[in-house]
Design a protein. Sequence first.
Length: 319
Amino acid sequence: MTHKFFIYSILAWFIILIGFSFTIFPYHDSFYYWTWSQKLQLSYYDGPPLIAYVLKLFTLIFGSSIFAINFVGVVFAYLASYYLYKLCYVISANSNTARLATVFYLVYPFVTTRFIYMNMTYDCLENLFYLMIVYYVVIFIKTRKNNYWLIIGSLSGLCLLSKYSAVVLFLGLLVFFVSYGRCYKIFKTWQLYVGILLSILLFTPVLYWNYLNHWESFLCQLNSLNWIGWAGSINSRLKYGLPGVWFFIANCVLATFHILIVVLLFGKFKLKFNYITNNYEKLLVIVILVFYAFWLYNSYSSHVSLNYVLPVSFIPIYF
C-alpha cells in the first residue's frame, strides 16, 4: 500500500463517516452518557466521568446535536488509529504493515464500525488510552528511558477515568514485567512509582465522589455483571455458567474476530508459523491472553457483553 493511497483512503473514509454522523441515530447508550454531560459531576453511579466531559466539550463546539454525539466516536477512532500506526511501525519497522493495520482497524465492521461509530460509549475513550499506554510501554522497552513511566502513569489515570475495566490492562502489564522485566529493572526506578502516584491523583475525584456516596459507583460496577443477566432476553440467564462461557467464546471472540482469525492463520501458515522472538510482540500476546483469561473466568458467573473485546482488538489486527 503506497503512502498516497493510504492517505487518500483514510481521508475518504473520514469524509464518509462525517456524513454518517449527521444521519445515524445514536444508540440509546449514547444518549445516556449525553445526559451525564448535562450535569457534570466528579463521577457517576454507573461509571467514571471522562465521557461526560468529552461530550460536553463536543456539544459546546458543535451544539447539542446528533452530529456532536456521533462525531465523538469518529474522532476517537482516528486518534486511536494514529497510535495504532505508530505502535505497528515501532514494532515491525515496516510502514506498509502499519498502514494496512490502520486501514483494517478503521473499517473492520465487527469492531470499530460496530462499537465506536454506531454506538458511542466510553469504550471509545478506553480503546484510545489502551493503545496509547501499550505504545508508550513499547517505547520504554525499546529505549529503556524511565521517564516514559510518567507518561504511562498519566495515561493510566485517564484510562481509569474512562472505564474501570482498565485495570485488566494493568494486570497484563504486571504479568509481562514480572515475567520478562528483570532486565528492565522497572521496580527499582522512582519514575514508576511517581507514575502510579500520578494515575491515582487523576483518579482522586472519582475516589472522593465514591467516598461521599458510600462507594456506590464501584459497587454498581462490581455487581453489574451479575444483575444485567436478569433483564430481558438479550442478556438472559442462559448466558451464565457453561452457556455464558460459550457465549463469550463464540460471540465475543469468534464472531467478532472471525475474519482476523482466518487471515492470521493463513498468514502464519504461509510464514510457516514463525515464532515470536521480540519482547514487543510478547507484550501484546501476554496482554491479550490476560485480558481473555480474565473475561473468560468472569463469563461463567456473569454476562460479558460483546463490546468487552474492543480494547484489545488492535492486537489481532496487528498480527
